[in-house]
Design a protein around this ligand. Structure first.
Ligand code: NAD
Length: 325
């Protein structure tokens, strides 16, 4: 069985990807310091409790499991926190990540898939946003992600380390089997906040900004189901293991949804009201972020299959109502 080292495999997207890797016949070997992840989310392969900077643990994992490829999810990802503490974000998302990549090179690993983000584009000048759009992040989180993209670029020039960078748009939904799901603290993502408000387990939702130049005045995002995201990672690993060269892909649906549309659909799907109020725009929230997904469809033979609004909301709500961690 081909083993894949999954840094951050105890987190929301990492754990779902471990499940998908296992279903595709790979052994996911998780490396995670559990700073925001959960031991209970690691079910499809071994967990190595270690930091990205733990060179010895990484080299041992590579040798024990004959690792030839890695996926790197392990990062901090709270935009607001990053603006207050940029050093924390650069230290982990660039410094520790670079130490991880160096250990991979030392261990002879030649393929890495990296979780980047639509935050790399900043305020887009074109919608849908193609991968070659200018990179102009408006917060340190986005800055730290493109800094590590550059690290991978230059390490790929110096060493035989090929990369696939996946720039995700808004990850959402939960495992349809209810085994794993999103458990961020604090939770900042729209769909879990909607579900928590509807179920009464969280505060009423605040909709930030009603005066955007969109069809109903609220911000537009591209929501991608975590199962579809996980499938994109499996396809990306396979492509690199087959000898594919370094490449960057957006991962989204290509469809924009406003906050109000999500809210009204959630009320229909859940059959109950979502208590909410309206507030001013949040600083640094772009009006619209929608992916151009032509490249990933053509080159990874990947398509979003679970990202309709009903599936996103239904799976997320089921998880929120019956969280395992
Ligand atoms: N959730 C989204 O909508 C979204 C969108 C775009 C990009 N991303 C990126 O996807 C990745 C995964 O996001 P998520 O929502 O699953 O986050 P998460 O916080 O649930 O998972 C991150 C995991 O990495 C681990 N980790 C962090 N720093 C570490 C370190 N130094 N050493 C070892 N382990 C460490 C955490 O314990 C956690 O298990 C992140 O890199 C994030 O920036 C997420």
């Amino acid at each position: 069985m081909t083993a894949v080292l999954v840094a951050g495999g105890a987190g929301f997207i990492g754990a779902q990807t471990c499940k998908a890797l296992s279903q595709a016949g790979y052994l996911p070997v998780t490396l995670d310091n559990l700073v925001t992840g959960y031991e209970a989310a690691v079910k499809w392969g071994p967990l190595i409790k270690a930091d990205l900077r733990d060179r010895e643990a990484i080299l041992k994992a590579i040798s024990d499991h004959k690792i030839t490829s890695a996926i790197h999810f392990a990062a901090y990802s709270l935009v607001g926190e990053s603006t207050k503490n940029p050093a924390k974000y650069y230290d982990n998302n660039v410094g520790a990540a670079t130490a991880f990549a160096s250990a991979l090179v030392e261990g002879g690993v030649e393929a890495i898939v990296f979780s980047s983000t639509a935050a790399a584009y900043g305020i887009p000048t074109v919608t849908p946003i193609p991968e070659d759009h200018v990179l102009a992040p408006i917060n340190p989180y986005g800055g730290s992600k493109i800094a590590f993209e550059q690290v991978l670029h230059w390490m790929g020039q110096a060493h035989p380390l090929r990369h696939t960078i996946l720039r995700y748009f808004n990850a959402a939904g939960a495992d349809p089997d209810g085994e794993i799901g999103e458990s961020h603290d604090p939770e900042t993502h729209l769909i879990p906040l909607i579900c928590q408000a509807a179920l009464g387990t969280g505060k009423p939702l605040t909709v930030f900004g009603t005066d955007y130049d969109t069809k109903d005045g609220t911000a537009v995002r591209d929501y991608i189901h975590v199962v579809d995201l996980a499938a994109a990672h499996v396809a990306a690993v396979k492509r690199l293991l087959d000898g594919g060269s370094s490449r960057i892909f957006n991962v989204g649906t290509g469809e924009g949804v406003t906050v109000k549309e999500m809210l009204t659909t959630a009320e229909k799907v859940l059959g109950r009201p979502v208590p909410h109020s309206y507030g001013p725009r949040r600083e640094g929230d772009p009006q619209s972020l929608v992916a151009d997904v032509k490249r990933i469809r053509a080159e990874l033979d990947w398509e979003a299959k679970h990202s309709d609004l009903e599936t996103l909301i239904r799976t997320a709500a089921a998880w929120q109502a019956n969280k395992k961690y």
